[in-house]
Design a binder for this molecule. Structure first.
Ligand code: SF4
Length: 187
């Protein structure tokens, strides 16, 4: 049986395997929030969208005014779907799934993209800050082990504003994207 055919776990509560848990772990974004570094980084990254250089494509378009670069996404963050994903690697899916949020658009142009319907077309629903924060917390409440953004680099400056919501509301998740992605790429 493949991971895609795995039976759902129902209401069974499975204790975390201590080999794979970090008791003293504090997500980097919470440390940054405590020291006010997060707000500074968020505003700097967001302002750079006026001459977008959020990725090495360096399109220099004004996404805050709705202009679109190679990634195909302007001002809005478009959510194509979200759910507890059991098809990721076992260490991500665990027993209750990976809290996956599929985002429209992508700054990459991979020839064999398995998510091309989403990555190459602006499908999905615009989410404002509160809606996106609520979406992440809902996945956490479902028991998901992490928040898994697919694929977020082109919307990180917008998503970084949303990270303040889950901070405030008590998100415990670690995203599978890189912590560096929430740091502005240039001083
Ligand atoms: S995030 Fe999009 S608009 Fe910005 S530089 Fe990359 S491809 Fe261009």
């Amino acid at each position: 049986m493949s991971v895609h055919q795995r039976e759902p776990f129902g209401d069974e509560v499975v204790a975390p395997d201590p080999r794979f848990t970090l008791d003293s772990f504090e997500p980097a974004y919470r440390q940054a929030a405590r020291t006010n570094v997060l707000s500074q980084r968020v505003e700097q990254a967001h302002a750079e969208l006026a001459h977008c250089n959020a990725c090495p494509r360096d399109c220099d378009v004004d996404r805050l005014s709705g202009e679109i670069g190679v990634c195909g996404v302007g001002r809005d963050v478009l959510v194509a779907s979200s759910y507890a994903h059991f098809g990721e690697e076992d260490c991500l899916s665990g027993t209750h799934g990976s809290g996956t949020i599929f985002l429209s658009g992508c700054n990459l142009r991979c020839s064999f993209c398995q998510n091309w319907e989403v990555s190459q077309h602006p499908v999905g629903t615009p989410h404002d800050a509160e809606q996106f924060a609520a979406l992440m917390v809902r996945l956490q409440d479902l028991g998901c082990h992490n928040i898994n953004l697919v694929t977020p680099e082109h919307v990180i400056p917008r998503l970084s504003r949303r990270s303040r919501g889950p901070c405030r509301w008590g998100s415990r998740s670690r995203s599978s994207t890189t912590p560096a992605a929430t740091t502005p790429s240039r001083p």
